[in-house]
Ligand binder design. Structure first.
Ligand code: 13P
Ligand code: SF4
Length: 310
């Protein structure tokens, strides 16, 4: 791409010409959030993907999110700016191993967090996201035995708030496990009025001292309504862009990682760039192609989630 090209207007032109919609997660770089037609958490993005009448969906997020969009709207062309944008949490749960694990618990149903591959979705009974997980679990009979996959931190949090004893798959997100309890505690001492807000993918020690726990959209909404001046934000740092935009008079501090070489940004989410979005819109590549039977099998538990959370 010619460096002098105005990528914002070129992307906008192509999107109109091709009747395309750009869906972006809050962890995307600011330029992508600014050009997106819709920014949201995983539930919002899935709902938007299901209802859009655009011909092309450009998914600025990670692979499992694009897969979910394709599963929900298979007649649409789903373009992915970078096919290598995966997810450490999704990768921590390979379908073959999970299938063997599931067969050891034949009287359990499987509730899976949406951050998993289509192969895991196809092995699940119900999907959930961080914004509806609690109500989905609560909707099940109290004596229902449940396997929760793949995030052990979200699973442990859900066990705590719902009083269940779900069997947990041992997966985790590389970004949300990196926060330093010690450094967050020191920050809280330096900013005694600051609220700590955390994503439920964080470890229990961080969640225990959090003032508010929720999905990315819930965290953003909390900072809009709450009347504190300072927030320590324990989730991927990309969300700060919208928080600062919505409340420019407030101070947002990204929760620090446990060593200075580590990073609170998701390397998968950050593979996407405005230039890659331009290229994928222009050449309509790379396109996400999925096996039809796999899509059908993975759709069932997502539909169940949509029905319950309606
Ligand atoms: P939500 O935006 O649904 O809270 O998910 C966070 C996340 O880690 C996505 O990868
Ligand atoms: Fe996956 Fe974590 Fe990145 Fe979200 S932040 S895409 S859960 S690795």
């Amino acid at each position: 791409v010619d460096p002098s090209m105005d990528l914002f207007s070129e992307v906008d032109k192509l999107r109109k010409e091709k009747n395309a919609i750009i869906l972006a997660h809050y962890y995307q770089e600011p330029d992508i959030q600014d050009i997106a037609d819709y920014i949201g958490d995983s539930l919002g993005l899935a709902e938007k993907a299901a209802e859009t009448d655009a011909d092309i969906i450009v998914f600025a997020g990670v692979h499992f999110m694009a897969e979910t969009a394709k599963i929900l709207n298979p007649s649409k062309k789903v373009l992915v700016p970078d096919m290598k944008a995966g997810c450490s949490l999704s990768d921590s749960c390979p379908p073959a191993l999970f299938g063997a694990f599931k067969s050891k618990h034949p009287d359990h149903i499987v509730v899976s967090y949406i951050n998993c591959s289509a192969g895991i979705k196809a092995l699940s009974d119900i999907i959930c996201t961080s914004s509806n997980a609690r109500s989905i679990i609560d909707s099940l009979p109290a004596d229902q035995k449940i396997i929760f996959a793949p995030d052990k931190n979200l699973g442990a949090y859900l066990n705590k708030v719902t009083g269940r004893n779900m069997v947990l798959w041992n997966g985790a997100c590389m970004v949300h496990e990196i926060f330093s309890l010690e450094k967050i505690t020191r920050l809280k001492q330096r900013h005694p009025d600051a609220k700590l807000i955390a994503h439920p993918e964080c470890e229990d020690a961080v969640l225990q001292i959090a003032d508010f726990i929720g999905s990315t959209t819930a965290l953003l909404n909390y900072t809009k309504k709450d009347n504190s001046n300072t927030y320590i934000v324990a989730t991927e740092a990309g969300i700060l862009h919208k928080m600062i935009e919505a409340s420019p008079h407030k101070t947002f501090i990204a929760a620090p990682p446990d060593n200075s070489c580590a990073c609170n940004e998701c390397p998968h989410m950050k593979r996407n760039t405005l230039e890659k979005i331009y290229n994928c819109l222009r050449y309509e590549q790379p396109e996400l192609i999925m096996d039809e039977d796999l899509c059908l099998a993975a759709r069932r538990p997502i539909d169940r989630m949509m029905e319950i959370s309606r």
